[in-house]
Design a protein. Sequence first.
Length: 457
Amino acid sequence: MAALMNDVLNNDHLKRLPEDVTVPGGRPERGGVLHFGAGAFHRAHQAVYTDDTDWGITVAAPRSREVIDALAAQDGLYSVATLGPGGSRYRVIGSIVDTLHVATETERALDLIASAQTHVITLTVTEKAYTDPAGIPGLLAAGIARRAEQGGPPLTILCCDNLPDNGKTTRGAVEPLLSGAARTWADGHVTFPSSMVDRIVPASTPATYDRAFEHLGVVDAAAVEAEPFTQWVIEDDFAGPRPAWGATFTVDVAGWERLKLRTLNGVHSTLAYLGALADIETIAGTLAMPGARNFAERLIAEQIAPSFTAPDGQDPLRYGDDVLERFANPGIRHRCLQVAMDGSQKLPQRLFATIADLAAADIPRELIALPLAAWTRFCAGTSDSGAALPLDDPLSDVLRQSLAAAGGGPAARIDAILGVRHVVPESVADDHELRLAATKWLLDLDRHGVAPTLESI
Ligand SMILES: NC(=O)c1ccc[n+]([C@@H]2O[C@H](COP(=O)([O-])OP(=O)(O)OC[C@H]3O[C@@H](n4cnc5c(N)ncnc54)[C@H](O)[C@@H]3O)[C@@H](O)[C@H]2O)c1
Ligand SMILES: O=P(O)(O)OC[C@@H](O)[C@@H](O)[C@H](O)[C@H](O)CO
């Protein structure tokens, strides 16, 4: 413990910490985890779970090096502020022992993937990263090939992105890029467990760093803020050793993924598009609009919950109530525009899967057509007040061109969005009832805007 305090106190950037700040119980003496995606979520989720073990993480940044440079300058130390009803609690995390910039250190990245010291690779690289063979999937495949050549030990690749069957998705992105011997080796030595990850972690802003400075008394350029809730459900399919994470290990994660992606993330995206259109900055602010909570509760009870079977012991309605309480947390300033980005990569699992299952069960789909209408209007890029809305989406050109070609009529615009294949499944694109309901909602949004539409529900 004394050594740890020395570590923290000797660090140039994190010293003289107030007594209410939790500090690491020691710096890990070993590595073992290689993580890709140096974003806010990793720092407030997997790195925190790992901080409770004796394993260490090398964090690799695929693109911008801003975060890893900040971490490196602070000896890997940074703070996570938990923003609860009673105020903020700060904890310094010590599990990050090294950093790596993939674009400029590709050889080192491959060596680390191949290294016998690396047992688990974790990923938070956003949903779209799995569709780019030249990106992370290609890097992993090349690293696995090197590991195979060297006859390295088994390896676990653990996706922590918000995707359904995320282990299978990762395997599906990497395996086709392996050739011959490497593929045979990977079959016997590499596993891709699925995992459900949950903690709301908004992007850090200058205000985040100001609050950290005010609380810690030192500059922390890698600070993150998060809600108190945290959850990690992992398919117990590790090829080799793993850290003693305080997660739930299970044989089947699919039910947990559906519960979370459809309920939490589905409602999150819904509020994000409605809020952005209404010129509201945050998810909490959107949920506070008159009628919004009633709509969200009905969406969960009447559309989302009946679309799937919850895991044993989970009540989707209670889960949904808890989610709405979490969204209402005023400390979490999660911007609608952050949640709204990459809709084409998120809505298949957050919205369209729900719609498809409701249609298959012959359950009416009127309420769930509203988020589809809101996304359609959002993609056109103008809010209810006439302000410009950014469309930060890898398919932005396709979406905007389809809408432009459709002209101004709501039915044609809904058809244009439903016609974007690879995003909207065929059964949803052909869903006549959904199309009519979404057209009606889009007409309401065009004529009256979000606020009166929500109040009318
Ligand atoms: N923030 C949350 O509340 C939260 C909660 C649960 C799960 N997640 C998952 O974690 C992911 C990352 O969230 P975050 O808050 O850390 O975001 P972030 O924007 O802070 O970080 C994203 C990271 O992904 C990398 N990245 C982006 N596009 C990439 C690409 N095409 N190829 C390779 N790398 C790419 C970026 O360089 C960055 O390191 C989310 O997309 C989601 O799947 C986030
Ligand atoms: O992180 P994304 O971009 O996949 O989605 C935005 C939010 O819906 C998401 O980050 C939630 O906050 C998170 O999934 C909660 O666990």
